[in-house]
Write a protein that binds this ligand. Structure first.
Ligand SMILES: NC(=O)c1ccc[n+]([C@@H]2O[C@H](COP(=O)([O-])OP(=O)(O)OC[C@H]3O[C@@H](n4cnc5c(N)ncnc54)[C@H](O)[C@@H]3O)[C@@H](O)[C@H]2O)c1
Length: 123
């Protein structure tokens, strides 16, 4: 299978929910390393501030299950940064199914060419 070269995130603005720790924290680091500006959103005040200080990103405290809060975050970030290019909706999603329980046809149904076409639309 052929993969496209990694896309630079130079000048892009990313919002990472659950960015205070775990997958969100590591994704935030990866986005920063690739040139993006990142805003993290998290319910955990202590880790949020610690991550903000460690990585030099803006931290917005709140609960992403509150739709009004999420809408306000989107508006505020767009006002302050002029755009949102990436929304990594990582927080507040619970996975109740074991990975091995996913049936292969569901995974195989994802067409890599379609994904490439979609990804290629944004330069
Ligand atoms: N780690 C895994 O193996 C795995 C596997 C499948 C799915 N996931 C999912 O990926 C996501 C991240 O996983 P992780 O291991 O980094 O989890 P984690 O618990 O280490 O980090 C989750 C972060 O999200 C924040 N958060 C939780 N609920 C929130 C809310 N309502 N509003 C704002 N912030 C909230 C937490 O404070 C925390 O900082 C989770 O949704 C998890 O269910 C993880």
């Amino acid at each position: 299978m052929q993969y496209s070269p990694p896309t630079s995130l130079d000048g892009r603005v990313a919002v990472v929910t659950g960015g205070a720790r775990g997958i969100g924290f590591e994704t935030t680091k990866a986005f920063l390393e690739n040139g993006a500006k990142v805003v993290i959103v998290d319910i955990d005040m202590e880790n949020g501030h610690a991550t903000s200080k460690e990585l030099g990103v803006e931290f917005i405290h709140g609960d992403v299950t509150d739709a009004k809060f999420v809408a306000k975050v989107a508006t505020d970030v767009q006002e302050r940064y002029g755009r949102i290019d990436v929304a990594f909706n990582n927080a507040g999603i619970e996975c109740r199914r074991r990975a091995l329980d996913w049936r292969v046809p569901r995974i195989a149904a994802v067409d890599p060419d379609e994904i490439s076409k979609i990804a290629g639309r944004r330069k």
